[in-house]
Ligand binder design. Sequence first.
Ligand code: HEM
Length: 462
Amino acid sequence: MSIAEAYDTPITRAPLVPPSPPLAPDHLSAIGRISRMRKNAISTWGPRAYQEEVVQGRFFGRSSFILNTPDAIRHVLVDNYENYSRTPAGIRVLRPMLGNGVLIAEGRAWKHQRRTLAPAFTPRAVVTLVPHMLAVIDATVAELKAKAGAPLELREVMQRMTLEIAGRTMFSFEMGRHNATLRDFVMEYANELARPHFLDMVLPLSWPTPQDFARARFRKRWTAFIAKLMAERRAAGKNDGAPPRDLFDLMGEARDPETALRFSEEQLGDEVATMILAGHETTALTLFWSLYLLALDPVTQDEVVEEVSSVAVNGVPDLDRLKFTRAVIDESLRLYPPAFLIARAATAPDTVAGLPVRKGDVIMIAPWLLHRHEKLWRQPAAFIPQRFMPPSPPPDRFAYLPFGAGPRVCIGAHFALVEATLALAKLIRAFRVGLQDTTPVMPVGVVTTQPDHSPLFVIKPR
Ligand code: HEM
């Protein structure tokens, strides 16, 4: 039985099919591809990419492979993962913000960082962070109650909320004035420097591109800002013997289980920046797209309310019983995976899906394509949260990759799912969410899967 046939989803009405951008022609020139990639990487893929198992292409002398088969993906992300590193263009774009943090480190340095950080992200550690999350979610609900009835941009509200959660779980203090500064940094970077230029893609990493000089200037200001936040947190008091109260305590005290080494001050700064950046925008997008889908699909929204109302204890939703709410999050992550592309460069020759791969060739595993692939999903373009609930079997591990897979799987996946499920439950329990703006919202792939505009929502207290 194919994966698609396995989804025997018990729903009786026609499901919502949310908007998605028009497909590209199957054969784009290299220049055409670069120009589209800068504006919207999702718009570089044509029909074949949603139908075929492997799409091979050439890009300035290198082969590229889009992989859409679970076996080939497992080979690259798990079985032979050490043969695949981040691409030079990816490193160029991410390094100014993430430094040598765990997301872009490779080899021994990465192993040391990942081992050292892992205990701070276990489900047990995340439990200690949940009160921070709930405090921010409750404050957001209260703030929205005061504005209910007036049109508002929930995209911006979600960004501020997840950034506040990232800051509060990291440092315990209210981000307040820092929140706007951090948002400005992120927007400044995303709007210009995060978009790869032609030279970013074709020059070797050792050759700086004109953009790299601008990125280096940005990095100076950015690391000074992170250092200021860390100094402020230290001034707020040491933890002397008490249990860790936030990620800063957990990461600052962490020791590599093999070497007993702690992070240097500079390394800790890069990890702090990595966690704030990798975590907040991705989760804000998950919530934005979930709210957008529920606004377009009021029947599903009512089903969420029914569940949340029945499983709350003293106003706090019981996370383990929010099965449908979680399925809505899972389905939003399928349709609009914030990380739309996982790209790797081969560091040595290999064979993937029976095809020869040379050193330097680029492998693209695109959750955007995989999650909408015609051979892997039934009604791939439709919003059907029930596909993530019994009696539907869980999807193939390598056909559903919102958080990646293998040793480099997202370290914050559990953190993000707890945060997003709790926030969606509380928001939908408090408000009926609708759209004032009826222009379809189109996804744009630039680093993450962003909306092409921020639609106005109308929320009414229940
Ligand atoms: C819905 C929210 C999130 C999504 C969709 C997401 C997605 C991903 C994906 C796809 C990867 C793997 C990239 C690859 O293999 O190239 C990744 C890695 C990573 N994520 Fe997340 N992420 C989310 C939330 C978070 C949060 C909340 C944190 C931290 C608090 C975080 C920290 C990281 C880090 C540090 C890595 C790099 C891990 C490594 O290379 O060892 N992410 N994420």
